[in-house]
Every structure is written in structure tokens, then in C-alpha cells.
Design a protein around this ligand. Structure first.
Ligand code: GCV
Length: 701
């Protein structure tokens, strides 16, 4: 037997042994590899097909990103087929060919004009040409995304027979936002605010020394198309935090090191900064946008950063909010403040992202939900071209259910980014399964009617509705330094789903879920159906046993540690849910309430205003009703509360029982870890049920 043939036989034996042992003792897995596990292909026919098409790779061009793409391709194919492709010096059959549209000669691939014109800067085309697979695009990043896509197809056991996939990201800015705290931590403050997966992955004491985890982090981001990351908390000085120090010279080499690693995967580095930086760092008398010294300070600082990090993304700012300072101290508007920093970034192509999470101003409506709109709507048209306003999905704060923020659609002249929360601050931390993709889909598909029917949030944040120059989707990260990155293994699905939706908000929940399960657990049907059922019902289940009918905040108050916003504490939240003996819910109507409904476009406004038309699931967000009020389901509000809280707990019991059926069908570590968490979730769900039901029983009698 020739050496290659012998190798093939050895590999088939190995695959056989692997499959055999997997059924008896599956290899331990920590979840560290996330959805990039590249497990050996088990089906022999598929394996042969893949082997014959992945023997060699030929790459046009040379760059850091292409090196990453090639490294990933080799690693993935070796894992799945047993053989690393040879990097071929010659173009031959069986090659995977990677190259930009401008680099691939016409005799290898003549891309039809209509396809070529459809490709955008970060998109890719994967096409089968005889015995070759060609991955092409207009940028190195596009090629990298194409490689990840091809590897995904292989992992999912898809046929490569008629490959012809053209895909572009719909959204320009696809950002991760870390709430990680650099520097010395004040007593009792965790290294990740609202983080439940261990400590921060950013090891500031060790930087600029890099470790493998930064590379894996960047791979993970690129694999789902995330192209930028803000690595520190928007709270930069509150309670003694030291995030503001990232702008001091000590940190620049550390930032440079991180940027250099992320760049290899097409990910730009951004940081959160403090509006008072000129004062805090350089002792300038004030940070007033009208102060030329403050303005110059920002310009000099930005130039210093770009001299080391030429592709630096820009800054994220939380100003005049929850103790973070801002321009209002000087009687200036948010636009004045944002524009000062934006103009410093502008010559370098940097972006200034300004958060709209602002409330508590005494001159505004006493209804927190109404305040951000009151402040920002009048500023439409005043923000600089490279400034972007980042808006949380809802008007309160990442509740399990709240309406979409009325600011979406209300600022046609102002670039906008939507902020979603991947970390489960209000949706069960790392202790409850709560798959958020269905929630995000509902938000992105929501029709604001800003420009008549079809004015969805997705079209606002992909920039198409108003022709924004910059827009996108940001997600508050759920990543920490635990082995599996996200604490709860099933919370990896939230990270994956966020990235996929940020890439294309039109993707269906089912498709994203299907991908994640197969990539994470393989293609076994039993595991697939159990995990799918848990994921797809988990949001409703969580909502059922926590806050009913859109009433929102019912949890304990806000310390940023691991206990904050976790347990039920309805009696401490009366300001939000307004429950009393006569009824429950916040009257936000124009006729009798806070008038918040008036911030929406018609017909949404009338829908929320009307008790009859308001959807049940948001009833208590908009209306105060007696406990005996009948819902569209025919049940009274109080009966609904009792029933859903009981049903929610039963659902979690079901998850636990169903998970038990997976014993032996996956590695013991991941199996046990999820099993234990589901067991605990029953206890937490019961606690919620008992607390909420007895609270309303006492009130309503
Ligand atoms: C980063 C809520 C959270 C805070 C968070 C804040 C924000 O208040 O509880 O932890 O701070 O939102 O988004 O700025």
C-alpha cells in the first residue's frame, strides 16, 4: 500500500474507534472550543467527499487575516477529516482556492457580473468549480468569513456538491460591548459588571504579554462575524472604578497588543472613555466642550492612540448617566459633548458612540421610560457625521419583556446602534437557561412605522431606512475566563445567536438554533430535539415564572456583584409595577397616565394607548388594571399570574427530566454541568413563583 493509502486506512480505523468509544465514553469536553470543535466526521460517505475536496489549499495574497483564515481552515479540516490540507504551490484539482475577486485569474473563476456586483466589502462567495471549491470576496475579512462558513458547512455534515453561496453582512457595525473593569478593583466590585462567567478575560497585569485565549476570543468573534469590540465597562469611574485610566500612557502598549491580536481576525478595538478625562488625566480645569483646552486634549490623545493603533475603532461614552459625568454639568447638550470627541476622531476615521441610556433628570417626566426620548429626540440632526447614538432595545433596562424604545425611528438624521444584552443581568445570570434569540428577533422585526409600514428596527439599525452612514448592533458580552467562556454552557447559544443576528437580522431563530446545536453537540437527533425544545421555550418559561405581562422590574436591587438583579423582590419595586390593592401596572397612556405612549408612531401609539388593543404581554407596561381585568385569553390578570408562575416551574422540571435522557449521548462533563444547573434552576424558579404569587395573593386577596 502506498503511504497516502495507508494513512487513509489508519484514519478510517481511527474514526471507527472514535465513534465506538464515543458511544461508550465520550471524550471530556469543557465547552472551551465553543462551536468551533471540528469533531471528526462520522459518516464514511461524507468523510470521503470532504477528504477528496480538501487535500490542498491554494491561497492568493498574503496578509495577517489570510494567515488566520488559512490557519483556521487547516485546523478545522484536520480535526474533521484527519488530514491537514497541504498548502499547494500549484493550482490542482482538489484544491480549495482562496483569494479576492481581484486576485483570482479569470481562467479559474469567472464570477458572473450579477454576483460580483452583489458582493459587498465584507461579503463572500463560496462556489464549487469542478473538483475545486473557491472562496472569494472583496476583502481579506470577507475571505475569513467565507472560511468560517465553509467550516460550518462541514461541521454540519452538509453536502458540498452544488456550492454557490453568496452572503453579505446586512449590518455595518457588529460590536461586542464588555462591561469589564480594568485596573485595581474597589472592594466588592467584580472584574466584570453583570458578568457571570468568572473573571475578566483581559489580564491587564500581564498585558502587553498575550496568551492563547485572546486568539481564541478573536476567532470566536470572527466566526460569527463580529467586527469590533469595546473591551471595557461604560462605567469608567463610578465607585472608584479605574476604566478611565485606559487613556493614560501606561495602558497604550497594552491596548496596542490587544488590537494587534484582534486585527488578525478583522476585529477592531474600541474603548469606553470618561467624559471628564481631560480633567482626570491632565488636570485641565474643565471638560466643557466650549473649552479649547479640553478640545485640544481630546485631539492630542486621539492622535497618540492612532500613532500606535492605526485602525483603532473609536470610543464609547456613557455620559450624564448613573454617576458617569457628562456635558450637562456645563449646560451643554449630549450632542455638544459627543461632537467634541467625535471631531477629534474624525481625521482618523474613528467613531464616537454615545449612549442614550440616560434617566433621572428631575426636569423630565417622572416616568423613566419616557426620559431618553425627551432628551435625545430634540437633538436629532445635531450630532456629527461620525457620531452614533447607541440605544438599549427597550426604554427601561433589558427586562425580559418591554416595548421597543421609541427612539428607534425618531431620529432620522442621527446614526443609531441598538444595544442588546447578551449577559443575563435580568434574565437569570448563569443560573437559568434563557435563550434570548427569540426576544431579539421580535425586537428587530418590530415595525416602528417611522416611515409607514415596514419601518422595522432591523431596517433602522442596518442603516437602510434612513441611509445612515454608520449603524449597527451591539451586544453586552456574556464572556468571562471560565473554561467554557459563558458559565452556563447553553448561554453560548446566546453569544452565537447574537453574532449571527448582528450579521443578518433577517435570519430565522430556527436556523440559528439549529446551527448552534449541531455545531456544539454534533448531529445526533435525540440531543438535538431535547436541546432545541429547551432553548426555544426557555424565554417564555423564564418570563412565566418571573415578571408577568410586561410589568418589568420585580427583582432585587442593583449591586453589581453576583447577587444583584437576581432574586424576586416585588415589594421593593412598586415604583415600576404600581401594584396596590386595586390593581397592577403602570399607566403610561396619554389620557390618564405618563403619556409615554405618545412617543410612538401611529398606529403603534393607538395600539398601546388602548386597553382593548394593547397586546396582553405588554398590558401591565402600559396600563394599570384591576386584578379581575379579563385578558384576551379569557383569563383574569390574577389567574394568569398564578397559572403562568405554576406552569413556568413545571416547564423547568420538564427540562431537567428531559436532559436526564441525554445521559451517555454526550461527554459526561457537559452533560453533568447542564444537569446540575437545571436542577438548581428548579429551586430558583420555585422561589420566584412563591414570591410573586404570594405577593399578589396578599395584595389582591
Ligand atoms: C454598566 C444598568 C445595569 C448597570 C449598567 C447600566 C448601563 O443600570 O444595572 O450595571 O452599567 O445599566 O447600562 O449603563
Amino acid at each position: 500500500m502506498s503511504t497516502p493509502d495507508r494513512k487513509k486506512v489508519y484514519f478510517l480505523i481511527l474514526v471507527f474507534l472514535f465513534s465506538f468509544f464515543k458511544t461508550v465514553v465520550a471524550f471530556p469536553e469543557s465547552g472551551n472550543e465553543v462551536w468551533l470543535r471540528y469533531a471528526p466526521v462520522e459518516d464514511p460517505v461524507t468523510l470521503r467527499e470532504y477528504q477528496s475536496l480538501t487535500r490542498r489549499v491554494f491561497i492568493f495574497g498574503d496578509s495577517e487575516i489570510l494567515t488566520s483564515a488559512l490557519g483556521e481552515l487547516n485546523y478545522g479540516i484536520k480535526g474533521m477529516t484527519g488530514t491537514e490540507p497541504a498548502t499547494s504551490g500549484k493550482l490542482r484539482a482538489g484544491n480549495i482556492i482562496i483569494g479576492k475577486t481581484t486576485d483570482i485569474p479569470g481562467n479559474i473563476l469567472r464570477i458572473p457580473e450579477d454576483q460580483l456586483s452583489k458582493l459587498t466589502q465584507e461579503g463572500y462567495l463560496i462556489i464549487r468549480k469542478g473538483k475545486r471549491i473557491v472562496i472569494t470576496g472583496k476583502s481579506d475579512a470577507g475571505l475569513l468569513y467565507g472560511v468560517f462558513r465553509l467550516l460550518r458547512l462541514l461541521q454540519m455534515g452538509e453536502s458540498l456538491a452544488d456550492l454557490n453561496i453568496l452572503e453579505n453582512p446586512t449590518t455595518k457595525l457588529r460590536l461586542l460591548n464588555h462591561w469589564d473593569n480594568p485596573g485595581k478593583l474597589p472592594a466588592g466590585i467584580p472584574s466584570v459588571e453583570r458578568g457571570y462567567a468568572g473573571e475578566s478575560i483581559f489580564k491587564w497585569d500581564e498585558l502587553p504579554h498575550l496568551n492563547r485565549r485572546y486568539t481564541d476570543y478573536a476567532r470566536m468573534l470572527a466566526s460569527v462575524g463580529i467586527n469590533g469590540t469595546v473591551i471595557n465597562n461604560v462605567n469608567t469611574a463610578k465607585n472608584g472604578l479605574e476604566g478611565w485610566k485606559l487613556l493614560t500612557p501606561e495602558y497604550l502598549p497594552k491596548l496596542k497588543a490587544l488590537a494587534s491580536e484582534f486585527r488578525k481576525y478583522g476585529v477592531k478595538l474600541y474603548i469606553s472613555v470618561n467624559f471628564f478625562s481631560p480633567v482626570m488625566i491632565s488636570g485641565i480645569n474643565d471638560a466643557d466642550p466650549a473649552n479649547s483646552r479640553a478640545r485640544k486634549w481630546w485631539s492630542d490623545k486621539v492622535a497618540e492612540i492612532y500613532s500606535e493603533i492605526p485602525d483603532f475603532g473609536g470610543f464609547l461614552v456613557k455620559a450624564d448617566s448613573e454617576g458617569e459625568p457628562g456635558p450637562m454639568k456645563y449646560g451643554r447638550s449630549h450632542a455638544d459633548g459627543a461632537n467634541m470627541i467625535a471631531s477629534a476622531l474624525e481625521p482618523f476615521g474613528g467613531l464616537l458612540i454615545w449612549r442614550a441610556f440616560v434617566y433621572g433628570n428631575k426636569e423630565l417626566s417622572p416616568d423613566r421610560a419616557a426620559q431618553a426620548y425627551q432628551i435625545f429626540k430634540p437633538l436629532d440632526g445635531n450630532f456629527a457625521g461620525n457620531a452614533i447614538v447607541q440605544i438599549k432595545n427597550g426604554p427601561i433596562d433589558f427586562q425580559v419583556r418591554e416595548p421597543v424604545s421609541p427612539l428607534f425611528g425618531a431620529m432620522p438624521l442621527t446614526n443609531q446602534i441598538i444595544e442588546l444584552q447578551i449577559t443575563q443581568e435580568y434574565t437569570g445570570h448563569d443560573k437559568h437557561v434563557c435563550y434570548l434569540v427569540p426576544q431579539w428577533k421580535e425586537i428587530l422585526d418590530f415595525d416602528t412605522y417611522a416611515e409607514g409600514p415596514g419601518s422595522t428596527v432591523a431596517k433602522i439599525v442596518d442603516g437602510s431606512l434612513f441611509g445612515y452612514k454608520y449603524s449597527g448592533i451591539a451586544g453586552v458580552s456574556n464572556i468571562g475566563d471560565e473554561a467554557n467562556w459563558t458559565g452556563h454552557l447553553l448561554a453560548q447559544a446566546n453569544f452565537y445567536g447574537f453574532g449571527r443576528l448582528a450579521w443578518n437580522p433577517a435570519l430565522e431563530t430556527e436556523k440559528i438554533t439549529d446551527e448552534w446545536i449541531r455545531l456544539t453537540f454534533g448531529n445526533g437527533e435525540k440531543v438535538y430535539s431535547v436541546v432545541k425544545e429547551i432553548l426555544l421555550t426557555s424565554l417564555k418559561t423564564y418570563e412565566d415564572y418571573t415578571s408577568p405581562l410586561g410589568v418589568g422590574l420585580m427583582c432585587n436591587g442593583g449591586n453589581t456583584g453576583h447577587q444583584g438583579h437576581f432574586t424576586p423582590a416585588p415589594s421593593s419595586r412598586v415604583n415600576y409595577h404600581k401594584a396596590d390593592k386595586s390593581g397592577v401596572g403602570y399607566d403610561r397612556t396619554m389620557v390618564t397616565g405618563s403619556g409615554f405612549t405618545g412617543q410612538f408612531f401611529e398606529p403603534v401609539r393607538s395600539m398601546y394607548e388602548s386597553l382593548e388593543k394593547c397586546p396582553d404581554e405588554l398590558l401591565l407596561f402600559f396600563h394599570h388594571v384591576p386584578y379581575t381585568h379579563k385578558l384576551k385569553s379569557g383569563k383574569t390578570v390574577i389567574k394568569h399570574i398564578y397559572d403562568t408562575h405554576n406552569e413556568g416551574v413545571e416547564q423547568v422540571r420538564g427540562y431537567y427530566e428531559n436532559w436526564k435522557n441525554l445521559d451517555g449521548l454526550m461527554d459526561e462533563d457537559r452533560y453533568q454541568d447542564v444537569l446540575n444547573r437545571l436542577k438548581d434552576q428548579i429551586k430558583y424558579a420555585e422561589q420566584w413563583r412563591d414570591s410573586i404569587n404570594s405577593y399578589f395573593l396578599k395584595l389582591s386577596r
